[in-house]
Ligand binder design. Structure first.
Ligand SMILES: Nc1nc2c(ncn2[C@@H]2O[C@H](COP(=O)(O)OP(=O)(O)O[C@H]3O[C@H](CO)[C@@H](O)[C@H](O)[C@@H]3O)[C@@H](O)[C@H]2O)c(=O)[nH]1
Length: 422
């Protein structure tokens, strides 16, 4: 029997996702038409023997999350539960705190995944790989190759090429360590809790001996990467399964558009029914496009490639949308044009208006390039990136909004470029 745990973080996380994470917790933000987490859940539900999926985070339970859990249980006929940490306990502290819940029913192993990644989730391959490498290892880490510069933004693993064992692990190193990076997707046997428990005990001891107990962080906060992997690497406890398939982090809104593109192209073999097709009386579709069945789209509109249109969206005559996500309830009036942008819930783009951003895709000439974790400002100016309209923003007719971030509930009255509109 198997289980899966997805680390969804909490409200302080997801700051690079603002202003979109004001309205919906980042893990529920739609990527290729469905909440980011649904891609994880779909992959887990396909694994034979999967009994339960646990979402672990420090969000207060809320209506949106509850509704999502209900829908997932009904759709995938599997138990999907949310467990709330009393504080941010780190990537290993949370699973350790809830170890009895995770191990109840006696799973032989469990998957652990970061919520903010997109991937083909080669879970079956990881299981097989673990079987082939014997039971000696308590964990399999999914790894992928990154270029040398970008590898510094991730956990880096030195791998024995013959045995696939992790020899050395450094989280976000200052200088180059290895071009094999940690994808944030793991398979663990229950044995992992012995190692986390040892760190917990050590933290407790140190805390008791500490003269200023308030000055130290709580013993329960444990980081899988720094506290566990670094120690276990080289101990013949961890091995690395390297994927050749797509994988990306979803940290910023720009990376959500990139992740949408990856999932939309995967739909050709996983969910062809989710891809829009050209048909009589319908809009012109170019490349991969998702359209929610309730969207109302004028037949003269042109959409794609890489477009996701949410629930109840209205697109007028002659509208053009490319490389963008249009969230539910938004209206794009006649002849408006939206490129490389996210249009927030219930926003309106006026007639002949143009909303345009600059894509921040990985370098297409480098097979190992990843999305850059963009900084908002560079050299005192806003870094050109995708344009984001928060929820309920009104863009008047005939204006241009370029490379800007517009916070929710704004009525703009003119054109803007390279600005954050508060
Ligand atoms: N439940 C819970 N989840 C958490 C907590 N802290 C982080 N998370 C979740 O754990 C995941 C990792 O988040 P970060 O701690 O922000 O790490 P990172 O910068 O994304 O780096 C991690 O992922 C990279 C791959 O995307 C890895 O390369 C890297 O080694 C590391 O694992 C995210 O899904 C986040 O929501 C916590 O205290 N509690």
């Amino acid at each position: 029997m198997l289980k899966a745990v997805i680390l969804i973080g909490g409200p302080q996380k997801g700051t690079r996702f603002r202003p979109l994470s004001f309205e919906v917790p980042k893990p529920l933000f739609p990527v290729a038409g469905v909440p980011m987490l649904q891609h994880h859940i779909e992959a887990c539900a396909k694994v034979p023997g999967m009994k339960e999926i646990i979402l672990l985070g420090f969000y207060q339970p809320n209506e949106e999350l509850n509704r999502f859990l209900m829908t997932m249980q009904q759709e995938f006929k599997i138990s999907v539960r949310y467990l709330q940490e009393f504080a941010a306990l780190g990537t290993a502290g949370g699973i350790y705190h809830f170890r009895d819940q995770i191990l109840s029913g006696g799973p032989s192993a469990f998957f652990l995944m970061n919520a903010d990644v997109c991937s083909e989730f080669p879970l079956l391959d990881m299981l097989r790989f673990h079987g082939n490498h014997g039971d000696a290892h308590c964990g399999v880490l999914l790894g992928t190759t990154a270029n040398r510069t970008q590898s510094l933004n991730y956990g880096c693993i030195v791998v024995n090429q013959q045995t696939n064992e992790a020899l050395h692990y450094v989280e976000k190193p200052g200088t180059f360590v290895s071009d094999i990076i940690n994808c944030g997707i793991y398979l663990f046997t229950p044995e992992i809790f012995v190692h986390i428990g040892a760190v917990f005990q050590r933290n407790q001891q140190e805390r008791l001996q500490d003269e200023q107990p308030l000055g130290r962080q709580r013993a329960e906060v444990i980081h899988l990467e720094q506290d566990i992997f670094t120690a276990l690497a080289g101990q013949q406890q961890l091995c690395v399964y390297k994927t050749q398939h797509f994988w990306s982090q979803i940290k910023s809104a720009g990376s959500a558009i990139y992740a949408s593109r990856l999932y939309l192209s995967q739909y050709h073999h996983t969910h062809p029914e989710r891809l829009a097709v050209n048909q009589e009386g319908g809009p012109k579709i170019i490349g991969n496009v998702y359209i929610h069945p309730t969207a109302n789209i004028d037949p003269t509109a042109v959409l794609g490639p890489n477009v996701s249109i949410g629930k109840g969206v209205c697109l007028g005559a002659g509208v053009r949308v490319r490389e963008s996500i249009i969230l539910h309830g938004a209206t794009l009036q006649d002849h408006s044009c939206v490129l490389n942008s996210i249009v927030g819930w219930d926003s309106t783009v006026g007639k002949w208006a143009r909303v345009e951003g600059t894509p921040s895709d990985p370098n297409p000439n480098d097979p190992y390039a990843k999305m850059d974790s963009e900084t908002l400002f560079r050299d005192g100016g806003l870094t050109p990136s995708i344009t984001i309209l928060g929820c309920n923003v009104n863009i008047p007719s005939e204006v241009i909004i370029r490379n800007s971030i517009v916070l929710p509930h704004k009525d703009l009255n003119r054109s803007f470029k390279n600005q954050i509109i508060l």
